[in-house]
Design a binder for this molecule. Structure first.
Ligand SMILES: Cc1cc2nc3c(=O)[nH]c(=O)nc-3n(C[C@H](O)[C@H](O)[C@H](O)COP(=O)(O)OP(=O)(O)OC[C@H]3O[C@@H](n4cnc5c(N)ncnc54)[C@H](O)[C@@H]3O)c2cc1C
Length: 306
């Protein structure tokens, strides 16, 4: 119920104005978003890489409705990738891209063209791209764009969401050699017809999907902060004899940083997802909606790093 309310609020410009002007909002945003400018993103990346973590950078923004906005997002990624390459931060840092920020909502071909330009820039900089997954109405389109991009840029990564009923089958499709797949639980409000609704069902699906990916031939990227899922991931890595070059853990910037450091110190590859830019509202609200306890967590986040 609370999750639905927060996710509905994530698309309300009135609530956005309210949240943006609340007294402690800036402090919370600063904890979970690297900053507004490209330089801020680079600075955060340098710090994480120096601490032994890999990084994926997300320029915040989604649901773009104007072609010039989509082009501006593309250009920001091109600039970012050039700067990452010049700073020697590739291949440790890659980028995460939302197709809806590149025009997917009104012109799939435009989104493909923009994504292709970003993949080419990533390739030139010695790194790669992962396509974020958004709500279920975009899944087919995103997987279609992915398969077109992979023809020229085979290391382009996909995200699959364990809460969707279709995902086990998508995992089977995408567990072939060279295929990079980020497995997450899923962050959007989805109807029962397409998605599991209870945390228990989602967790069981996550484990089934993890089993498929970890026993397959691709490169699994286990994106979760859930201690149980992480422990099962470590277990499966031993079981399927996957070393740090054959799978990775991923977590969000500012969430469980000590767990990220622990896993890295134990020799696992750990990648931190680093969002930056002005359009933090939808991102922050999804983090709040993930579970009611996150409301408390966000309060505590201001004083603790655990
Ligand atoms: C790298 C990355 C990329 C992502 N990309 C996408 C994407 O493209 N599309 C998409 O839909 N979603 C994406 N997500 C979000 C994801 O779908 C989940 O909404 C989000 O990760 C929360 O699920 P969870 O597995 O972390 O655990 P949850 O089910 O939220 O929590 C389970 C347990 O994990 C621990 N935990 C969770 N959060 C915290 C916290 N903040 N602090 C302390 N402990 C915590 C707690 O013990 C909690 O009980 C991404 C997540 C990550 C990490």
């Amino acid at each position: 119920m609370l999750r639905s309310v927060i996710l509905a609020a994530s698309r309300s410009s009135q609530v956005e104005r309210l949240v943006a002007t609340a007294p402690y909002t800036r402090d919370v945003v600063r904890r979970f978003v690297a900053g507004a400018a490209t330089d801020d993103a680079l600075r955060a990346t340098r710090g994480l890489v120096d601490d032994g973590l890999a990084v994926t950078l997300d320029h915040l923004g989604e649901d773009t409705v104007r072609p010039e906005q989509a082009t501006a997002t593309r250009d920001e990624y091109l600039k970012l990738l050039k700067m990452l390459g010049d700073a020697g931060l590739t291949p440790a840092a890659e980028v995460s891209v939302k197709l809806s920020a590149l025009g997917q909502m009104f012109d799939e071909q435009l989104a493909y063209d923009n994504a292709r330009a970003i993949c080419a820039a990533a390739d030139a900089a010695g790194t790669t791209v992962t396509l974020d997954m958004e709500d279920h109405t975009t899944t087919d389109s995103t997987l279609e764009v992915l398969s077109r991009l992979r023809k020229d840029f085979p290391s382009t990564g996909a995200v699959l969401q364990a809460y969707l009923r279709r995902t086990e089958s998508d995992c089977r499709e995408l567990s072939s050699a060279g295929s990079r797949v980020r497995l997450c639980k899923g962050a959007y409000k989805e109807p029962e017809s397409v998605a599991y609704q209870s945390a228990r069902e989602v967790d069981k699906s996550y484990v089934r999907c993890m089993n498929i990916l970890m026993s397959g031939d691709g490169y699994p990227m286990l994106a979760t902060h859930d201690p149980r899922m992480i422990a099962i991931g470590e277990d499966r890595a031993r079981w399927f004899d996957r070393g740090p070059e054959r799978f990775e853990f991923q977590m969000l910037y500012g969430i469980r940083p000590e767990e990220q450091a622990r896993l890295a110190s134990e020799g696992y590859t750990v990648r931190t997802y680093v969002p930056y830019g002005d359009e933090w509202y939808g991102y922050l609200m999804r983090r709040l909606a993930e579970r009611p306890a996150n409301l408390v967590f966000f309060g505590r986040a201001l004083i603790s790093k655990k």
